[in-house]
Design a protein around this ligand. Structure first.
Ligand code: GTP
Ligand code: SPV
Ligand code: MN
Length: 596
């Protein structure tokens, strides 16, 4: 579509201004239609960026630049007016200084390319909990991924009308095609990445990367970092949470949300097939939840996304068959290995690597090299509607009512399989002390333990101390029917270094206990850290788990917990008085209980 099709004059002016800076050869407004997407895909096939996959209709594989494979937290900035509003866990720069520096980067950055205008809605178009954004990008890969991940195109412009509010998202891969410069498969400026948020202006400027959360700006940049600020201002919550519906054999259904850090099991839990007969899980979302109190006092959640940008390695017909079916067609694979017969492959796909594979770097795969064929953060982008267990209410504009909120992370020790908070305030405390070992979802070392409150450490668009205060305040809402809070850990290891808990479909056994607890049933005993299931309360029929293993999974090791407290305390201290007093007192309360 031509730029004239935009009736929103302020938006036109913004696009003109950004184009004057970035100097694209052309501007194109995306209508979001299938025909348009087909044209783009054909263009990508012709240029060799997309590799066709004979085994999967309308699906493609893409290899990124090896220097652009994950989110870059060191290059991610929250440019609020005051440094204090970004807090100690975010990189901060003065917004004007940063704009000045970025203008130089964006100056002429789209030369020789088209600037695509992507109007997108986070949440069902026009829904009461939905919000709109417009991304300007010089990457067709981004356009095609955004079309899967968000509701995109003309219907969004229609909702905006002549003057509706939207978040301004500017993205350039930073690889202008100036005279003589040839395009490459994965253009980027990998040594000069900037993922920058201006929360007061509700704007995002992203430069130099084409990968995932760095470039698909509706996802982490908007739906978490900018939305968390909107949510603080407007009394709602923008969270790094999956949403699932779970139905008991008696036909009773509850919805649960769960916050786990990146690559810690959200997609898997959201689509799990319970190993317990008669139980059913359905998916509302796998990564992000926007929550708000409903008029009936319950907490309602929507999934603002339209697709899944899921971790490929480890996904197989045993661990996550629903994901495997979701990605049978209409899927973009990034940084996986490809097979001779036109399919994809990754570590943990469930069968041996076929002969003659090409690895994620484009070389021939040598199994004896010890190197991975797929990048550990290789991903699939697939429409949520293709998930065989997508929840019938996954697009309900008002959301689904949440009965339980789970926190979790990768902890080899200390944290038991599951424990329950005593109340909302204790629940917020549990969320605030989540810690997890780092994964390949972000550039940097893997396996390092860090504190990651609410799995939001890299995604909170303001001071995390204020964020915790916002959570406490949300609980004070008059007439609110509070969900219950849980802290789970699927990743506890035994002395042999093996996971103690089978995980995946067997996580339903823990969900069952949570379900029962929400109904005032399910046996629990009080411990210093909260309510733990009695050993017999977790249904392990059909599992070969020794009593000793269950014991290990469900004990509170006071020494280990006491060993964790100094780290929590110094994390709290780093906020220089900005962590709510109630939480600081909860920490002393926990210490006293552990020492008793
Ligand atoms: P992001 O998309 O980065 O936010 O990740 P995510 O939280 O959705 O993680 P995902 O479900 O994709 O899982 C990441 C990795 O953890 C995959 O390799 C999974 O196979 C593995 N995993 C998921 N659930 C479990 C579990 O219950 N136990 C074990 N041992 N591994 C799991
Ligand atoms: C995460 O890192 O939590 C993701 C992947 O979900 S990305 O979209 O790259 O942020
Ligand atoms: Mn995520």
């Amino acid at each position: 579509m031509k730029l004239d099709s935009i009736k929103h004059l302020a938006m036109r002016k913004w696009i003109d201004d950004m184009a004057a800076m970035c100097m694209p050869e052309d501007i194109y407004v995306c209508d979001g239609s299938q025909a348009e997407a087909d044209d783009f895909a054909a263009q990508m096939l012709r240029s060799g960026v997309f590799l066709p996959l004979a085994k999967r209709p309308n699906s493609f594989a893409v290899r990124s630049d090896p220097g652009d494979v994950a989110r870059v937290e060191n290059n991610t900035y929250i440019c609020s007016r005051y440094k204090k509003d970004a807090g100690p866990t975010n990189n901060w720069r003065d917004p004007d200084d940063m704009k000045g520096e970025l203008r130089q980067r964006f100056f002429g950055s789209m030369r020789g390319r088209t600037m695509y205008v992507i109007p997108f809605s986070m949440g069902p178009v026009g829904g009461p909990l939905s919000h709109i954004g417009v991304e300007l990008t010089d990457s067709v890969y981004v356009v095609l991924n955004m079309r899967i991940m968000t509701r995109m195109g003309q219907p969004v412009l229609d909702v905006l009308g002549k003057d509706g509010p939207y978040v301004k998202c500017l993205h350039s891969v930073g690889y202008p095609l100036t005279e003589g410069r040839k395009d490459v498969i994965w253009p980027c400026d990998s040594n000069n990445k900037y993922i920058v948020h201006f929360p007061e202006e509700r704007a995002i400027w992203s430069y130099g990367s084409g990968y995932g959360g760095n470039a698909l700006l509706g996802k982490k940049c908007y739906a978490l970092r900018i939305a968390s600020v909107m949510a603080r201002d407007q009394a709602w919550l923008a969270e790094h949470m999956l949403i699932l519906g779970i139905t008991s054999p008696e036909g009773q259904k509850k919805y649960m949300a769960a916050a786990f850090p990146s690559a810690c099991g959200k997609t898997n839990l959201a689509m799990l097939i319970p190993s317990l007969p008669g139980w059913k899980v359905e998916t509302v979302g796998d990564d992000i939840a926007w929550l708000r109190w409903g008029s009936d006092g319950r907490l309602y959640a929507i999934n603002p996304e339209f697709g899944f940008f899921g971790v490929a390695p480890g996904t197989n017909m045993k661990s996550n068959p629903n994901a495997m079916h979701t990605i049978e067609k209409n899927t973009i694979f990034t940084n996986v290995a490809t097979t001779k017969d036109g399919d994809v492959w990754w570590e943990g796909i469930g069968y041996a690597a076929p002969e003659g594979m090409t690895d994620w770097l484009g070389g021939s795969y040598d199994p004896s090299s010890g190197k991975a064929a797929a990048h550990p953060n290789s991903r699939f982008t697939a429409p949520a509607s293709q998930c065989p267990v997508i929840d019938p209410d996954w697009e309900a504009p008002q959301g689904v009512p949440i009965s339980a909120i789970l926190f979790g992370g990768r902890r080899a020790g200390t944290v038991p399989l599951v424990h329950e908070a005593l109340d909302w305030e204790h629940g917020v405390f549990l969320g605030s002390i989540v810690s997890s070992e780092t994964t390949a979802a972000a550039a940097g070392a893997v396996g390092q333990l860090r504190r990651d409150p609410f799995a939001m450490l890299p995604f909170c668009g303001y001071n995390m101390g204020d964020y915790l205060a916002h959570w406490l305040k949300m609980g004070l809402q008059q007439g609110a029917i509070h969900p219950k809070f849980y802290y789970v850990n699927w990743f506890r290891k035994g002395h042999d270094g093996q996971f103690l808990w089978p995980g995946f479909g067997d996580n339903a056994r823990v969900l069952k206990w949570i379900f029962e607890r929400c109904d005032g049933k399910g046996k629990a005993q009080e411990t210093p850290i909260g309510m733990l299931p009695e050993a017999s309360a977790i249904d392990i029929t059909g599992l070969e788990l020794s009593d000793k293993t269950m014991d290990e999974l469900l004990t509170v090791n006071k020494e280990e917990w006491l060993g964790d407290l100094p780290g929590i305390r110094s994390f709290y201290d780093s906020f220089e008085g900005n962590v709510p007093q109630n939480l600081i007192e909860k920490l002393s309360w926990l210490e006293a209980r552990l020492k008793k």
